[in-house]
Design a protein. Structure first.
Length: 172
């Protein structure tokens, strides 16, 4: 972590709203992209990223400034996006919607990205962190707070699911 980040973290821990705003500006893009990669929905990503920063600000006093900040923030955002997706799915189930696709906002034409969006949130998170953020398996395990073997399993199953989806779509 850079010295500037450490200084900002220490200042934010001391109550500096300017330091907190600077951290927000610096890390917002990565946190938002992580939430969007998991959710596939802009509004949900906005909510998850904002919630992540609010939660991080509340827990900053216990954050070890010797550790990198971005993985911690990304973990909070990914977990929040997964939670919001679960709530959304429950609402769809309660409403017994005939059109669950109405809650998705497929703005990306790329067939692969649309397929990744169809994965369950836990697998989508692992794929996004590995391929879009270039995190290693141990880094993903740390970010998500799960064992390395679980990361490898989710990644393997996600890639298999993607292969089957793409094959089915291309054989239609």
């Amino acid at each position: 972590m850079s010295r500037a980040d450490v200084a900002l973290i220490l200042a934010a821990k001391g109550g500096s709203s300017d330091a907190l705003a600077a951290l927000f500006d610096r890390y917002w893009p990565a946190v938002w992209r992580a939430a969007y990669a998991v959710s596939g929905q802009r509004e949900l990503a906005n909510d998850a990223a904002q919630d992540a920063f609010l939660r991080a600000a509340g827990a900053l006093s216990s954050f070890d400034h010797r550790r990198p900040l971005q993985p911690w923030l990304v973990r909070i955002a990914v977990n929040r996006a997964i939670d919001l997706l679960r709530v959304q799915r429950r609402l769809v189930s309660i409403e017994e919607s005939d059109d669950p696709a109405a809650f998705d906002e497929p703005t990306l034409d790329d067939e692969l990205l649309v397929s990744v969006g169809r994965l369950d949130p836990e697998r989508r998170a692992v794929v996004a962190l590995h391929y879009w953020f270039d995190y290693t398996t141990p880094e993903i395990a740390e970010v998500l707070g799960i064992p390395v073997g679980t990361v490898a399993s989710r990644l393997s199953r996600a890639l298999n699911d993607l292969r089957l989806q793409l094959e089915a779509e291309n054989n239609v």
